[in-house]
Design a protein around this ligand. Structure first.
Ligand code: BGC
Length: 450
């Protein structure tokens, strides 16, 4: 087999993340126009916004076992087809029912990609660079969100501009499909199917500066990890795997309960409520999207240098402090709403900084690291389901409570951030720099001791 360009593998391996980001972010702006064109009630608006999250729960629920069975690559190809079809159907939808169904279908690809992309990247990457390479997924998500904000801005004044906003995502979906055709299958998955020779070929082609001995060593480590157990729900509930399940689900739920998507999906609403003019609200949102991308780039550089647990604790602390300050600031009456708007923007920026540096990438990395190989797809899938379910819950109730208590609501997210610190301290174990097989061994031995 010829050498495979690693940049190509990691770029296309992560590209699904861009569609995840675009498709979830685009609705924040598009809904303002859809609601006029389709004369939607507040309730139907909520349904249209949340439809993708419902689909994502379904996609994340089925992708784990499908990808353990049919392979990571085939499932990325399937997701790309659904991404393209879902975007086109949403763009062409003639009524709210078709739009909602199309967004649910699209959501299945979003949920599928959310579990598959980090899994594939973690399985392709050498241990030393696993964190950095898996952060590419988060970088793609944030670029997707920013692109959506910018497309929203660009087409805001076009008649039926929302159709372009929604349909635009078909383009990267086609690119994803074409690129994935040339991606190698995950060697770890091939070994789990008894295709060790093929896995050897692929590892040889992607690990450019590695000796054949090292590759043999990696293969036998994977094989060793592979014979210990066989995949399925029963295995996921085995005593020694259970602590991985607690970590996966716990991290996934906390990532949403600290309130990130109230900012990502509702930033224009938050700013408009405070009294910023429309254009300032939209521009502030683009600013937040840009900061999200830039800080994720920074995360790429620190990810494999600082322990994951430490990163998460720093993130929770920073977010809790910025949210509390935001609540305090908004309790003082100000003569000018613009000032309150800018204070809110400043604290939200600090909040986004800490999220993008830590919880954004680290949660997705860790849910693809902590599970043993045979149930890795399933475990990462279940954790993603938990993430999307918590996301849906927060997205659905946020507008209601925000209308009632305004910025005070952020106090709830601050409390969740503080609780997450205890969870990380007492439940999560460190994975940085360890091979996936060593993590598995650690999990196994730990259960023997306890
Ligand atoms: C989260 C998404 C969020 C995004 C923001 C991801 O890690 O899972 O829910 O919208 O980060 O950058």
């Amino acid at each position: 087999m010829r050498k495979i360009n690693r940049g190509f593998v990691y770029f296309f391996g992560a590209l699904g993340g861009l569609l995840f980001g675009y498709d979830t972010g685009v609705i924040s702006g598009a809904i303002l126009f859809i609601k006029h064109d389709m004369a939607l009630s507040a309730f139907s608006q909520g349904i249209v916004v949340s439809a993708i999250l419902l689909g994502a729960i379904i996609g994340a629920a089925v992708i784990g076992s499908l990808s353990d069975k049919y392979g990571r690559k085939n499932m990325v190809l399937l997701s790309a087809v659904i991404f393209a079809l879902g975007s086109v159907c949403s763009a062409l939808a003639g009524n709210v029912i078709i739009l909602t169904i199309s967004r649910i279908v699209l959501g299945t690809a979003v949920g599928g990609a959310s579990a598959l992309v980090p899994l594939y990247l973690a399985e392709m990457a050498p241990a030393k660079y696993r964190g950095t390479l898996s952060t590419l997924n988060q970088l793609m998500i944030t670029i997707g969100i920013l692109s959506a904000y910018m497309v929203n801005l660009a087409f805001a004044n076009y008649p039926y501009g929302w159709r372009i906003m929604l349909g635009f995502a078909a383009l990267p979906a086609v690119v994803l499909f074409a690129g994935t055709l040339y991606l190698p299958e995950s060697p770890r998955w091939l070994i789990s199917k008894g295709l060790g020779d093929k896995a050897y070929e692929i590892l040889k082609a992607v690990r450019v500066n590695t000796t054949p001995d090292k590759i043999e060593e990696e293969i036998s480590e994977i094989k060793e990890a592979n014979v210990k157990e066989s995949g399925g729900f029963k295995d996921l509930l085995q005593k020694w795997v259970r602590s991985a399940l607690v970590i996966g689900i716990g991290l996934a739920v906390f990532q949403q309960l600290i309130g990130i998507n109230t900012v990502i999906y509702y930033a224009p609403t938050i700013f408009a409520e405070i009294g910023l003019k429309d254009i300032s609200a939209i521009l502030s949102t683009v600013g937040i999207g840009l900061l999200n991308v830039l800080v994720t780039v920074l995360a790429l550089f620190v990810m494999d240098k600082i322990d994951r647990k430490k990163m998460l604790i720093i993130g929770s602390t920073g977010m809790a402090v910025s949210l509390v300050l935001l609540c305090i600031a908004s309790q003082f009456p100000l003569a000018n709403n613009d000032i309150l708007g800018y204070i809110t923007l400043a604290f939200l920026c600090v909040y986004i900084f800490f999220f993008a540096l830590t919880w954004g990438p680290v949660m997705w990395i860790m849910i693809s690291e902590v599970f043993p190989l045979k149930v890795r797809g399933l475990g990462a899938g279940i954790s993603s389901v938990a993430n999307w379910t918590a996301n849906l819950a927060v997205a659905l109730v946020f507008p209601f409570f925000f209308e009632k208590v305004g910025n005070l609501l952020f106090l709830f997210f601050a409390i969740m951030a503080v609780l997450s610190i205890f969870f990380i301290k007492y439940k999560v174990f460190e994975t940085r720099g360890k091979s996936l097989e060593a993590i598995e061994m650690m999990l196994y031995n730990k259960s023997k001791i306890s």
